[in-house]
Design a protein around this ligand. Sequence first.
Ligand SMILES: Cc1cc2nc3c(=O)[nH]c(=O)nc-3n(C[C@H](O)[C@H](O)[C@H](O)COP(=O)(O)OP(=O)(O)OC[C@H]3O[C@@H](n4cnc5c(N)ncnc54)[C@H](O)[C@@H]3O)c2cc1C
Length: 537
Amino acid sequence: MKAPFLPPMSLGLRCLNNFGTARIESSLLYSTKLWCCQTMQRQYDHRKLTATQKYDLVVIGGGSGGLACAKEAAGYGAKVAVLDYVTPSPHGTVWGLGGTCVNVGCIPKKLMHQAALLGKSVKDAAAFGWSVPPAELQLNWHQLVTAVTNHVGSLNWGHRVALRDKRVTYLNASGTLLDRHTVLAKDRKDVETVLQTDNVVLATGGRPRYPTFAGAELAITSDDLFRLRQPPGRTLCVGGSYVSLECAGFLTGLGFDTSVLLRSIPLRGFDQQMAGLVVSAMENLGTRVVRGSEPLRLERTAAGRLRVSLTPSGDGQPPDEEYDTVLLAVGRDPDTRRLGLDALGVTTDPRSGKIVTDPGNRTSVDNIYAIGDIVQGAPELTPTAIVSGRLLADRLYGGSSQLLDLATVPTTVFTPLEYSCVGLSEESAAEMAGGDDQLEVYHAFYRPLEFIIPGRDTSSCYIKAVCERREPQRVLGLHFIGPNAGEVLQGFAVAMRHGMTMESLRQAIGIHPTSAEEVVKLNISKRSGRDPTVTGC
Ligand SMILES: Cc1cc2nc3c(=O)[nH]c(=O)nc-3n(C[C@H](O)[C@H](O)[C@H](O)COP(=O)(O)OP(=O)(O)OC[C@H]3O[C@@H](n4cnc5c(N)ncnc54)[C@H](O)[C@@H]3O)c2cc1C
């Protein structure tokens, strides 16, 4: 159903916004406020309001999911607009088009991870015969940040060009739903545009959570780290999330004295045996891990450092310590506050605040859809956001009925020793299968060839295939810790999607000499009790 034409509405909006009225219930309200608005119009004539524009689809949020959906829909001939607006972080960091992944997520973090790996490789090089400068390697933080920011800038530009090429209208403006067919776009100069649309896709992603302890606002988050003007110095990463561990890992590798503060378990939701190995590899590489504690208070010292008071930990950790930077990575919240969901009756999950959708991404309001990180139960990953955006456009405009299959989504934690997995953790598989005895778990500790000459620690290089016990032993989860873990597991993820079994894995021919071949050589089960350490070639 289309919204009635509402000529006075835009005028009414302008008035209501100037008064700061939070919610607008119906078009009737706009009309009754008309007189008041006409009066206000004279006082607020610095605001410009373009004419109402009409679209087939308005996408709110120009990140991984939103851009993919918009471009795909435009490819079918739909008239599409994308709104993207970045609210500055509490420390004032802002960025361009493309969302979290491009600007403050996957891309800058992988580049910083790579910078850290290179530092380690330079040290390894000496063992392979290179004459490496004898002095301690020094990182130029400013140069690293500039290189990363320049690359991100080129991606921002690429996204703008791609939208233009597809004839998608891009507004660098914040979107709010006024009714199910009307979106108000407001740019940073408060210029407002009203968009009428048949369908709306919400793709506003998430932002880092700020805990409530005193002084938390002095800490930064991953929204700030990749653009810090000054080197972070001695850093405390708060939280056991992958974001916390990844940042702590590359900061350690870049030469900063870095600690991780774990209140409970690391990498919640991941296989816990693997998580333990990831953390122990980090400790071996120099990251200090403080367990069983959380911040009570953060304050700025006279010398400009940050004093962190902690809850007592079992580790005998001093209750107060000083850092140059405290990075909070204790989770992310959906960025839905500005969308006006309550007034429209869009159902959200009371605990997570995420939007509840059906498998086809439809919310409780039938022409409003949601994709990506804001969807309850969806993995918070770029590829799933992209595919779900594309598939939604295919269903809306391309006559498709295909849904996103989340059964075998691979992912990688880019800690110094990377961890990649696809399918179920051992814990979830046991729960699903009805107990440990329904599973057969094959595993191996192996030594990557490139680690041997420089004498790198290999004690966490481990592979595990969690399988059904009954033949043909379908692989339910595959886990790999080692160099280039994501590159190793991507192909196996394809096989998993097609029902890979232990039998098919064993029949595969390995590529020698690689770490990936250790996956196809898995043959020792946990149940056998045999030593899973790989020896020889
Ligand atoms: C540090 C870090 C590392 C990560 N690493 C990886 C990784 O290695 N691999 C991986 O797959 N995933 C990674 N992720 C997760 C990945 O970035 C997200 O899953 C992905 O970006 C989600 O896409 P999205 O489309 O849902 O939202 P986003 O990409 O977050 O885009 C949402 C956009 O909407 C904008 N917006 C919000 N509200 C409004 C509004 N009202 N009006 C207009 N615009 C609005 C936001 O500013 C943002 O630009 C990482 C995340 C972080 C934080």
